[in-house]
Design a protein around this ligand. Structure first.
Ligand SMILES: Nc1ncnc2c1ncn2[C@@H]1O[C@H](COP(=O)(O)OP(=O)(O)OP(=O)(O)O)[C@@H](O)[C@H]1O
Length: 351
């Protein structure tokens, strides 16, 4: 069943958004795109803050906005939860009352709303901070409260606008991992807007790339990264990303391949590295690179001044080469090569 079925057409003077978005229950979509592409406009239209000029938004079969039929459900009547980058928590309310707020708006009395809000704070590991006001919470804690508040009303659509952008690098890592767990448990649709390809790759089931108001590519993160269709995507999502189990400086992937990394970790982990960290060789090289895989060239595209090589094999990979290197290697689809990646060029982090 399609849970979210939308064709968003919004005319804003010189700018027009015209994007189709669909999602199955439980799916997490990430909207990615350059500045001014229309991501926020799409989110605002879904939230009910901006009416459609044309098209439709249906959630679980029910129309929320359909100009042709004269339907426009106001924001507060949509079963939607929203998390913005700057949290927008009420500064005068405790963490608990911030989470209870949405439930109060749905008509619950204070005690009932608080009773229902508390388990959400517990789930975020914030039970002991329930009485604190936002000013006394760290950025990461405040963002967890915002997420608890959005989830507590059991929305059918969760909208996240740059939810990690305001956090420092270390906090961002932790909150990203947590957000990932919560999104995995979330049974309805989530739409995330982000500038950060890593957030998108880690959090989303599917990327929707928007440029100049149009969807230019959509697909699973790994597919989009390996087969970018525009220069912008190639630059942005140019990341090889794998998930496995870490044991010290080794991460074992589900199919048994082992990646050597530079970080000490144990348990579920991601390993990422950019395509330009991959070197290709026609013959098995004498190299200090700890990661060496036999591959077959599956595709070759010129993006800007680089060749993006799509490699199939035990470890599917994307590699970026200069035109000179590509010519020297004489690569064509089907060519067998060795791909090498230094452990120091990989980045491993908890999943
Ligand atoms: N209220 C408005 N009236 C007219 N034009 C608008 C309005 N709001 C946004 N725009 C224009 O619509 C286009 C899309 O803006 P939008 O904020 O949706 O992009 P975005 O992809 O979210 O960008 P960013 O990543 O910079 O936030 C931009 O050209 C912007 O100037």
């Amino acid at each position: 069943m399609t849970a979210l079925d939308a064709r968003l057409r919004v005319d804003l003077g010189p700018f027009t958004l015209d994007a189709a978005l669909t999602a199955q229950p439980g799916e997490v979509l990430a909207l990615l795109g350059p500045n001014g592409a229309g991501k926020s406009t799409a989110l605002r239209a879904l939230a009910g803050l901006l009416p459609l000029t044309d098209g439709h938004i249906r959630l679980d079969g029910a129309p929320l906005d359909s100009p042709a039929d004269g339907v426009l459900r106001p924001a507060e009547q949509r079963p939607i939860g929203v998390v913005f980058q700057d949290y927008l928590l009420f500064p005068h309310l405790s963490a608990l009352d911030n989470v209870a707020f949405g439930l109060r708006c749905k008509g619950l009395r204070r005690a009932a709303a608080r009773a229902e809000a508390l388990p959400w704070l517990e789930r975020m590991g914030l039970a002991e901070h329930a009485g604190r006001r936002p000013g006394k919470l760290s950025g990461g804690q405040a963002q967890r409260v915002a997420l608890a508040r959005a989830l507590a009303v059991r929305p059918r659509l969760l909208l996240l606008d740059e939810p990690l952008a305001a956090l420092d690098a270390r906090t961002r890592l932790d909150v990203r991992a947590e957000l990932r767990r919560h999104l995995a448990e979330f049974e309805a649709v989530a739409v995330l807007v982000t500038h950060d390809p890593l957030d998108a790759m880690v959090l989303a089931d599917r990327l929707v790339v928007i440029e100049a108001g149009r969807v230019v590519q959509t697909g699973r993160p790994a597919e989009v990264a390996r087969r970018p269709r525009t220069d912008y995507i190639a630059r942005l999502v140019g990341l090889n990303l794998y998930q496995g189990t870490a044991d010290g400086r080794r991460v074992t992937l589900p199919e048994g391949q082992v990646l050597a990394t530079d970080e000490e970790l144990t348990g579920p982990a991601f390993v990422a590295f950019p395509p330009d960290a991959v070197t290709l060789h026609r013959h098995r090289p004498e190299t200090s690179a700890r990661n060496l895989f036999p591959c077959t060239v599956a595709g070759l595209d010129l993006h800007g001044d680089r060749f993006r090589v799509d490699l199939a094999g035990p470890l599917p990979l994307a590699a970026d080469l200069t035109p000179t290197a590509a010519a020297e290697l004489d690569l064509t689809p089907g060519t067998r090569v060795w791909a090498a990646v230094k452990a120091t060029q990989t980045h491993a982090y908890p999943a």
